[in-house]
Design a protein around this ligand. Sequence first.
Ligand SMILES: [Zn+2]
Length: 216
Amino acid sequence: MSLKEQSKLLGALFPHKCPFCGRVIGGAEDGVCPECAASVSRCVRPAAEKGVYYGKAYAVYEYKGRVRSALLGYKFSGKRALGRFFGIKIAELLKTEGLNADVIVCPPSLSKRERGSDYDHAQLLAKMVSRYSGIRFKNVLKRTGKRRPMYELSPAERRANIADSVRVADAGAVRGKTVLIVDDILTTGATANECARMLRGCGAVKIYVAAAAARK
Ligand SMILES: [Zn+2]
């Protein structure tokens, strides 16, 4: 079954609500109501700049407006079901961009207190992308120590906060492999870049990033 057929089937089985406005939309093709579909911007990031450890970063949407509200709801207000929606969207993006990978990873988890929700949103999203793309997920990126939640910090503080904050728990899982880092929101790319640096150090040959949304 193709991804499109799969999301159509899901829409038919469950009364489907638009992820952005909550309106019931039945088995809508794209999973988004027409009004929201017209208001959100699709976004594919250009190739990464020099000095960055990943090859290219892709994002489904631009991080603003309804997309921003939905992602904040997903991360901080317990709107867990949105993980599946964004997971399907990222899997579709991989397909249209012709991206393949041997393994999917995600940035290390914050503690339950720091992330302010009872589920790990980064990992849930990565697992959903894995489910709908068929690329296996490996939970190999771990934190090295104390770190403040990124959303509290300025870009300069983020860079300092992130350096040496990530380790690879199982180098064998990424050595010689093409690795896809799945993240929810790409802002400066600092987190993804630090993850990529460590993956590269463990012998990953190609590293891509795919996110639900990116700041332009
Ligand atoms: Zn809508």
